[in-house]
Design a protein around this ligand. Sequence first.
Ligand code: CA
Length: 232
Amino acid sequence: MRILLVEDEHKVAQFLRKGLQQDHFAVDLAADGEEALYLADSGEYDLIILDLMLPKVSGFSVLSTVRKKNPNVPILILTAKTAVEDRVRGLEIGSDDYLIKPFAYAELRARVRALLRREWRELKLQLRVGDLVLDPVKRKAWRGEKDLELSNKEFMLLEYLMRNANQVVTRTMIAEHVWDASFDSFTNVIDVYISFLRNKIDKDREPKLIQSVRGVGYMLRDEAPEKAPEAS
Ligand code: CA
């Protein structure tokens, strides 16, 4: 799960980012409205946390622009205590919930989880590819009868592959969705994690679900390809 955190107060931003990362979210941080619009446009986020008082482009403006392009992404706004009309306006423009500053991290986490659960219920998500099943709400995955013991990153990687089943995903796409923006995609970390997943999912089993697409990336598919996919 990847979150866009828009907050210009450096200390608050670092504090929230750290908490969210400890709760196993990948977090990209935007420190002003312009950067927020850029990131929201270039990345895919499962949730956006948006401070309203921002430099360059206001939170309201970010909210309405993002909402027009993406009607579904849950947006949680952060507002000052006194600004009742801001909260109302935010909800009218299309935020899903709000938090009044200052707030405890535990409250933010509870709101974030509630919004994501709502989203997942609507999307009815258990992901399935062949006999491989992943439940993002319960954070469980299994193949056939066997529960898979996955680390956090393995789980996030598998979830991403399953959401894009039967399509080629490049290492860059994986880096952008499973790791945060500071990740150096020139390392072989992704390949290492793919091999961890293969060991847990495909070892001693048929069909092999994780396919390499040479020179490009990977594909999770539920049936053996007629011919091995090859990059030109
Ligand atoms: Ca602010």
